[in-house]
Structure formats: structure tokens, C-alpha cells
Design a protein around this ligand. Structure first.
Ligand SMILES: O=C(O)CCC(=O)C(=O)O
Ligand SMILES: [Fe+2]
Length: 345
């Protein structure tokens, strides 16, 4: 990625403190049900984690551990290829899916390279964020030739993630007192995207970030991370940046902006970031559960009443997504769109 360019440097107030201290971390939830662990207990743990943290880790999630080994090897093999080869599947403002090495978060360049694909191929999204522009874009995945098994392993992993995603959406629905399938129809033509993040060693982890502070725009994110560490969550109680401890066989889950709006803020999408590492490279694999492009996101009627009126105006998910991705390629003059733009004050 070359020497440290000014584009990577965070404003002083967003630079990380690198001396780590042991503080209370995000909850770890066992997804298994047994004679001593019933669904009610599980749902109440999910409710507490979503309310207090917006983030948790899960174990006993049902994804075979060999699959993590396979997908991690595939990711490393791909990112180890020469840059010219990776650029053959490069994404751009028209085909926004594939390899990318200069992503920006909040207008500062991230110290990472990524490869994205949609779980549904093709995926349909609005061509632009402009409300009057009705044009749609058909997005097709771009697959590298190397490693040869890359596509197959990705599809197998994506299938497991889709199953787990629906299971978590059901638990979240139950935890809000809703029928388990309450969210399902919003995902009929989902725009769910899977990403490989590669964070190379960084010569200035005190100035740059692997990913700058941000909130995830979708309903739910499931992240597999390796043992290096670096992901930090902004703790709701006091705003401290709390490290998410790499835990063997665990997956990191967070609720995104869409759940914040659906739940009328019973659950919040929490800010997080990734601190860079001067010695070790790091890999992570987030899966972003995004609704169908035509879904109008608004607080669920069952969760609003006179005492608790809707806190958000409705917005079109596809248009919101199109506006958010605009900031990935260049520094925008103003901060990119956020759900707060739809907040009813
Ligand atoms: O690398 C990670 O652990 C998380 C990355 C992340 O927050 C994202 O890609 O949205
Ligand atoms: Fe994120």
C-alpha cells in the first residue's frame, strides 16, 4: 500500500490509544439449547446484549470449524496475489463489488484492502441515491481465478451465514416481543454482502486506523475475525473504546442501523472501528445483512404508540445504501448520509 500518505491520517480526536487495558468486554452468548438452557433464557440474553451493547459474540452457532479454516486459507491466498491480479476484479463506482484497496470511512482512508461479493448473484440496487432517478443497476459478482476454489468456498460459507443470519433475526424479533418471522419478508430479495478485510501491518498505528469509526448500515453483521485483535466497540455506558477479544470459534454479531429504526431505538447500532497493528497482518470476514432494495425502513407499528411515538421517518433502503457507498471511493466535502438524517426531532 506504499508509504504513509496524508489520506490515512486521522484527526487528533479520533486517533487510538494503543496501551490496552483489560476492561469489561462484550457479552459471549451460547446459541445452543439444552435441558438447562431454554429458548427463553437465550432470548433474554440476546435482549440484554442488544440493549446494553449492540454487540455480542456467539458460540455453538452451527458453522463447521473446517469451513473457517478453508475460508481463511482462501482469503489469505487471494490477498497474497500480485496487485495487478487483484485489480482484475477491481470494483469501481459502476460495479461496486469486487476488490478495492483505497476505501474511505468518514472521509479518511482505511489501512486495509477488501474483496466483496453479494450472496445473491445478481443483486439489484438503485443506480444513484437521487430520489427521482428510478434507474436500477444489476450487480454481478466478480470472481478471481486464484485460488481456483475461491468461489466455491465463498458460496459454501455464504450459505452457512445466510442460515445463521435468519436464526439471529428470529432471536432478535422474539427479544422485541415480535413473532419470530417478523423480519423475514424484508429479506426476500436481500442485498446481503460478504466482505474479506485484509489489514496489512501498519507503520503508524497511532495515526491511521484499519477502519475508521462507523456504524453498519444494515440489519445485522456477522464477523469472523482471526486471533490478532483490533476491533473496538464504543461502550454505550461511558463511550470508552472496548476491544473485542478474539475468541476461538466465536463469531462477532452487531445490530445495524436498520434494526435501530425498526426497533424505534430499543436497540442501537453502535459505533466501532479497527485499530491497525504494526507487526501482524489481520484478516476478518464480515457479512452484512441488508434488506431488499425496495424495503421502506421505519419503526415497526407494533413498537410505537402514543407514549413512544416513531422516532424516524421512513426511508428507502436501496437509496440509503446507494448514498452510503458513494463515500467509499473519494473524500466527500461533507459527512455522508446517516440514519440521524431521518430522525424526527
Ligand atoms: O474487521 C473487523 O473486525 C470489522 C470490520 C468492520 O467493522 C466492517 O467492515 O464494517
Ligand atoms: Fe463495521
Amino acid at each position: 500500500m506504499g508509504e504513509v500518505d496524508q489520506a490515512f491520517i486521522q484527526a487528533a480526536e479520533h486517533r487510538p490509544k494503543l496501551d490496552t487495558i483489560e476492561i469489561e468486554g462484550i457479552p459471549l452468548i451460547d446459541l445452543s439449547i439444552s435441558d438447562t438452557r431454554d429458548i427463553k433464557l437465550l432470548v433474554s440474553e440476546i435482549a440484554d446484549a442488544c440493549k446494553n451493547w449492540g454487540f455480542f459474540q456467539v458460540i455453538n452457532h452451527g458453522v463447521p470449524s473446517e469451513l473457517f479454516t478453508k475460508i481463511n486459507i482462501a482469503a489469505k491466498t487471494f490477498f497474497d496475489r500480485p496487485i495487478e491480479e487483484k485489480r482484475k476484479v477491481k470494483r469501481d463506482e459502476v460495479n461496486s463489488i469486487g476488490y478495492h484497496e483505497s476505501e474511505h470511512t468518514k472521509n479518511v482512508r482505511d489501512w486495509k484492502e477488501v474483496f466483496d461479493f453479494f450472496i445473491k448473484d445478481p443483486t439489484f440496487l438503485p443506480a444513484s441515491p437521487e430520489p427521482e432517478d428510478k434507474q436500477m443497476r444489476t450487480l454481478r459478482n466478480q470472481w478471481p481465478d486464484n485460488p481456483p476454489e475461491f468461489r466455491e468456498v465463498c458460496q459454501e460459507y455464504a450459505g452457512e451465514m445466510e442460515k445463521l443470519g435468519y436464526k439471529l433475526l428470529e432471536l432478535i424479533a422474539l427479544s422485541l416481543g415480535l413473532p419470530s418471522n417478523r423480519f423475514h419478508s424484508y429479506f426476500d430479495d436481500h442485498t446481503t454482502m460478504m466482505r474479506f478485510n485484509h489489514y496489512p501491518p501498519c507503520p503508524c498505528p497511532e495515526l491511521a486506523l484499519g477502519v475508521g469509526r462507523h456504524k453498519d448500515a444494515g440489519a445485522l453483521t456477522i464477523v469472523a475475525q482471526d486471533d490478532v485483535g483490533g476491533l473496538q466497540v464504543k461502550r454505550k455506558s461511558d463511550g470508552a473504546w472496548v476491544p473485542v477479544k478474539p475468541t476461538p470459534n466465536a463469531l462477532v454479531i452487531n445490530v445495524g442501523d436498520t434494526v435501530q429504526v425498526w426497533s424505534n431505538e430499543a436497540y442501537e447500532s453502535v459505533e466501532h472501528r479497527v485499530v491497525a497493528n504494526s507487526e501482524r497482518e489481520r484478516f476478518s470476514i464480515p457479512v452484512f445483512f441488508f434488506p431488499s432494495h425496495y424495503v421502506m425502513v421505519k419503526p415497526l407499528e407494533e413498537l410505537v404508540n402514543e407514549q413512544n411515538p416513531a422516532k424516524y421517518k421512513e426511508y428507502n433502503f436501496g437509496k440509503f445504501f446507494a448514498a452510503r457507498t458513494r463515500g467509499d471511493y473519494k473524500k466527500l466535502k461533507v459527512e455522508n448520509i446517516q440514519i440521524l438524517d431521518f430522525k424526527i426531532i
